[in-house]
Design a protein around this ligand. Sequence first.
Ligand SMILES: *[C@@H]1O[C@H](CO)[C@@H](O)[C@H](O)[C@H]1NC(C)=O
Ligand SMILES: *[C@@H]1O[C@H](CO)[C@@H](O)[C@H](O)[C@H]1NC(C)=O
Ligand SMILES: *[C@@H]1O[C@H](CO)[C@@H](O)[C@H](O)[C@H]1NC(C)=O
Ligand SMILES: *[C@@H]1O[C@H](CO)[C@@H](O)[C@H](O)[C@H]1NC(C)=O
Ligand SMILES: *[C@@H]1O[C@H](CO)[C@@H](O)[C@H](O)[C@H]1NC(C)=O
Length: 342
Amino acid sequence: MLKQLKISTMFIIVVAIASISRISFKYKSGLISDLLLPKYFVISNRANSFSASTILRKGNGILFMETTNRMNPPSLVLCAIESAARVYPDRPVAFFMKGLENITTEEDEKRAKQQFPTLSSYSNIYLFPLRMDELFNNTPLKSWFDKVNPKKEVYWSHVSSDACRFALIWKYGGIYTDTDVISLRPIPQDHFLAAQDVTTTSSGVLGLSSHYQLAWQFMENFVENYRGEIWGHQGPGVVTRVVKKLCGMPVFNSTDDVMCTNISYFHPQRFYPISYPSWRRYFVVWENVPTFNDSYGLHLWNFMNNEGKSMVPGSNTLVELFYRKQCPTTYGYILRNESTHL
Ligand SMILES: *[C@@H]1O[C@H](CO)[C@@H](O)[C@H](O)[C@H]1NC(C)=O
Ligand SMILES: *[C@@H]1O[C@H](CO)[C@@H](O)[C@H](O)[C@H]1NC(C)=O
Ligand SMILES: *[C@@H]1O[C@H](CO)[C@@H](O)[C@H](O)[C@H]1NC(C)=O
Ligand SMILES: *[C@@H]1O[C@H](CO)[C@@H](O)[C@H](O)[C@H]1NC(C)=O
Ligand SMILES: *[C@@H]1O[C@H](CO)[C@@H](O)[C@H](O)[C@H]1NC(C)=O
């Protein structure tokens, strides 16, 4: 009897302790989830959230993009990106690809980057998905994008690429570069436009800080004067029209740069030392190889190259010399006939 009482008292005590501690645990866990967990989650989200906005927050990124779903970029694209990563080792080099999806963590990004072995050894190269609908939000391009029917556009990959570059430079700032530009040396200015010849301003290379008024003007002009069926009208056409309105067409009296209002306007020599009618000269052997000392990069005029000319190792062509120097990893892969994408 006494033993039974002892046992049942103990049982009651155990139950009581258990429920008290459960209450206090509940209370504690309530405390944790109300006060600590949100903070913890914010911190861990920040550590995990791997977005272009985070990586490019300083506004000093070098921006590249691919507006088709192609996931096997040609060697020139890889060379352009690698050369930028080498010329700007302390700046993020971002490659926005339409064919990439679902990159939200650093692990996603690492996995994506591993598909491109020539790029994966550069710690300052980052891959991000290119989501046009998101990119054009809160910009003048939104109204155009909502209306346009890609299937009816003759040059959709080009005009969408024109729109994207203006939106990217507006959103993130830094330097936008086409994927057929091999970087040679750092551009000393943060704000610049480049002439591609004396009558045309390039849309292939431009440098502005984020939310810079000029980028907004490009987007407005893009929409106001939209003629997607005229080649170049939405790219160099936009930039040239805005420049003309802003400062008249700048005149070069020497190979020096000039100013357009308060930003640098580069002489064609900076990026277009070989003009487009001569684009094949990149693919021949030169007796005296120019140093291109007063150029920041070489624009290879890929849109002219519908003959599929490419860098051939051992050919001793101009383009081979520059691949070897400016994108040695890409060059090595081609030399050894190794695949540049998995
Ligand atoms: C990306 O995420 C969406 C929605 O969660 C999913 O439908 C899609 O299959 C994912 N794509 C890839 C390549 O994982
Ligand atoms: C270039 O020459 C023109 C005509 O001689 C002159 O009006 C202009 O100021 C010069 N521009 C520069 C940047 O020197
Ligand atoms: C140029 O002038 C505009 C308008 O005054 C100003 O907003 C912008 O910051 C200036 N840009 C530079 C690079 O000084
Ligand atoms: C070009 O630059 C290289 C090194 O940067 C130098 O050795 C060479 O003399 C320069 N050439 C000319 C023509 O200025
Ligand atoms: C390079 O590799 C591809 C595929 O692996 C092969 O078809 C091709 O013949 C190779 N070319 C040379 C020059 O070895």
